[in-house]
Ligand binder design. Sequence first.
Ligand code: PNS
Length: 166
Amino acid sequence: MSDLRTAICPGAFDPITRGHLDVIERAAGLFDRVIVAAAADSGKQTLFSLEERRELARAAVAHLENVEVDSFEGLLVEYARRAGAVAIVKGLRSVDDFQREQQMAMMNRQMLPDTDTVLFVTSPHVQYISSTLVREIWALGGDVSRFVPQPVAEALQEKRQSSQQA
Ligand code: PNS
């Protein structure tokens, strides 16, 4: 294994938001290498395909030198093991997040004891942002550009135009 301390930021990223970016930027300051990993299996139906989610994440983190973007199928712990990650990094916005994240962290720790989950308390200015609400506001015709990175806002705009033409 290399000496580089690698962290994985996993998620559905449907789509990646400014809240995700806050966590990724802070992880990039703490770890040598960060892999943003879009999950094929997040238990949810997605608006964007796996490839679109990965490419939008790639565009959103292009300014971060030590951050890579990938996607994975199957278990997160298997992906983390293959990547040699020392940590799985997620964001915490609320008590609801805490309950879900704590449960996943404990499950993952049972399966992969050497990889810790690190939970960042989300910065207050993005604490209220969620991909689910971004999709809902977008679907109802609202402007979501303040909640998402610019490439995502453009992709949502394009999606709206192509669905109107269909
Ligand atoms: O964006 P989310 O919903 O917070 O991400 C959840 C995600 C993708 C991290 C979680 O669903 C996941 O790890 N999926 C991969 C499949 C897996 O390992 N499931 C068991 C989790 S204990």
